[in-house]
Design a protein around this ligand. Sequence first.
Ligand SMILES: [Zn+2]
Length: 464
Amino acid sequence: MSHATQSQNWLARATLVVAATMAVGCSSSAVGTGAASRPAPERTRSSTLTAALPCCLEAGREVAERYRATGITRRRFTHDELWATLDPIVAAPSLRVAEIGRSIQGRSIKAATFGSGPTRVLLWSQMHGDESTATMSLADLLGWFADPAGAQREMRDQISRQLTVVMVPMLNPDGAELFQRQNAVGVDVNRDAASLATPEGRALKALRDSLRPQFGFNLHDQNARTLAGNGGKQAAIALLAPALNAQRTFEGARINARLVAAGMAAVLDREIPGRVARYDDSFNPRAFGDLMQTWGTSTVLVESGAMPGDPEKQRLRALNVVALVSALDAIATGRYASTSPAAYDALPMNARQAMDVIIVGASVVMPGHADPFRVDLSLNYDEPVARLHPRVREVGDLRGVVALDTISAAGLFLHPQPSMLTEQGGYYWLRIDAPAAFTLRRGADARSEVVRSFPAESRGRRER
Ligand SMILES: [Zn+2]
């Protein structure tokens, strides 16, 4: 209980209004009964209107653009860099900041609070240190909250009146320092929700216990090679209303989580059709999202994947802002309660991981071999988000292999650059894991016409 005291102190400073205006049993009484029995906050929007047009697309775009925290423009940043950007923002009178704990290496884990409404919403990002997309989005949202006279004022004020929004941007600052998933002793904080062996996990749990949020947003990044459904596009964002039991029934807090997720799915599908997926809902009794749900907080998992041409995930950052603005508005207005779960249920599942690139039907020209040999090649990038530094993964008949990019090389001759080859005693190998760089030419002759170079910028580029 030692950590609870600290949080209660924080709570007293940050959300003291809540106790006065909210019946203590409200969030827990909603568990097991779902949306129907929960008194919805005052409505200000027509639900028939929102059914046709997903709310808040324009508003979300404006917030994302206008309040983009310009101190952070790349997806790798440290705790110091984050708070150098956030400190001037959270100094606004409309925001309160409190330390909720310290990481293993002593970095301050802080929560920023906006609004004093009866419905409490907890958002936390970067519990995995290398999953920073939503941290940038939270910084942008804080910029919006800090500006009482700015964009989308009505919506912002409604959120302020109806909600108490608590954000923990960067729960795992030690992991962020090395841009690694785990914390400083190698623990995956998202597998620590039950045992609470880490100070990071304890800080989040204590915050949850003192705040008792009705809604939660668990903000992550997922593998860039995940597809939105088998044969689908690269998944930009996957959503999940995590299960609260092994049977994966929709009951308790999960009911409203699914409705909120459905609203987010609808608005995202407008922005990035075919790129929104549903995350696997197997129950994990060690993970925070799942346990938050069992603890009575309607929790939505948001997993940012990757998109073409978005090496620093800045487009994904804005998409998270759009989705979160929409979700916060849906909760503040009560609109979520009349949302159909269909948009969530209809999402394609996260599908098996794709290769980054497949080259189909090339005739490979190898030094020392008289005849080219006809094979397919698959490649993966060392940096799949930025699509940099490709390496050879497989060579041979790769029928059925799924890739994000397919290069048809039928009838063409693949001339490997020296970096792609291993030489020993005068013989040459196409080595698995070698840096991939080649030209596709019309003929086996090294001087024949070049159809394509790969990577596109490979000639004259420094290889690593
Ligand atoms: Zn994660």
